[in-house]
Design a protein around this ligand. Structure first.
Ligand code: ZN
Length: 302
């Protein structure tokens, strides 16, 4: 019954302000994980954060990038997921993690975090202003964190369920649109939000990971009038390039680049997301310092 394709799928409860999304990431997660050597305990957290990012991206009517970062001074230093939406094209995703020391297979993400914060960045493709929100790391799960964020900053009631078994990640999101929207068409069903939330909370990790969307929704909400939309795809994609790395190096400046060249003979940069390797020798470095930097907004390498 395992689904063979990664999918992101929207559904609505007819004639109510409640909508939802389902995500299932298998190939996308595998590609991201194959590029780096993460402890098992972190693979699950990264998978859950990828599922959460895809769900949030799907709720935004925006072409551009959503970046979810968890930064901390504990064993975990950084978890970052970037999702890029471009019309009907598959959702592009990349992700990486930084940590120090040992992480056990059963590690709970929130035990690895100390003095942490979650940063949500929205970078629209149309050139309008980048938005950045900082979310305190309250609660004890990524779901709780994002539910709080949506309520506080967007005033939208949201429930999120996430899971990852290290091979696949999956999630479900429910949202209640604000009362001001669709007032004329929405019938009064004051209980619907509590009712579907209660039904949804019976979902198991196994169901989220393994059931096709239509079967899952029927099982959870069989007395509700649910409309499921066509699924869209997701894929691993890293936007790094020799050009974007050159831009980053330009920002380091002449002196810094010279000292690296003297010390190491050449400048080497590895992309944390896709593990691509870029090398610049003395001639390359001289050339890139003579060329002006490209316009801002080009992909960055961490
Ligand atoms: Zn890359």
């Amino acid at each position: 019954m395992k689904k063979d394709q990664d999918s992101l799928q929207r559904f609505v409860f007819e004639n109510t302000p409640v909508r939802g999304n389902l995500v299932n990431l298998s190939h996308t997660l595998q590609f991201a994980l194959n590029k780096q050597n993460l402890p098992a305990g972190l693979k699950r957290s990264l998978g859950e954060l990828m599922a959460a990012s895809a769900l949030l991206s799907a709720t935004l009517k925006m072409n551009g990038s959503l970046i979810l970062q968890i930064q901390s001074k504990g064993v975990l230093k950084l978890l970052v997921v970037e999702c890029t939406t471009d019309g009907d094209a598959p959702l592009k995703m990349r992700a990486t993690a930084k940590w120090t020391g040992e992480i056990s297979d059963q590690a709970d993400l929130f035990d690895l975090i100390s003095q942490g914060q979650c940063i949500i960045t929205l970078d629209p493709q149309d050139g309008t202003q980048t938005y950045q929100g900082i979310v305190p790391l309250e609660g004890n799960s990524v779901s709780a964190l994002l539910e709080n964020y949506m309520l506080r900053s967007e005033q939208i009631d949201t429930r999120i369920w996430l899971c990852c078994d290290g091979e696949s990640a999956a999630g479900m999101l429910l949202q209640k649109l604000p009362d001001t929207m669709n007032q004329t068409t929405v019938q009064t069903d004051s209980d619907v939000w509590n009712r579907v939330g209660h039904l949804a909370s019976t979902v198991t990790d196994d169901e989220l990971l393994n059931l096709p969307a239509e079967i899952l929704l029927t099982r959870l909400f069989h007395e509700e009038d649910v409309r499921l939309f066509n699924a869209s795809n997701t894929q691993f994609y890293c936007a790094c390039s020799r050009n974007s790395v050159a831009n980053m190096l330009r920002m380091l400046g002449n002196e810094e680049l010279d000292s690296i060249l003297v010390e190491q003979g050449q400048i080497e940069v590895n992309c944390d997301f896709c593990n691509s390797h870029y090398a610049f020798d003395k001639i390359d470095a001289a050339q890139l310092l003579m060329t002006p930097a490209a316009a801002p907004g080009s992909p960055e390498v961490h």
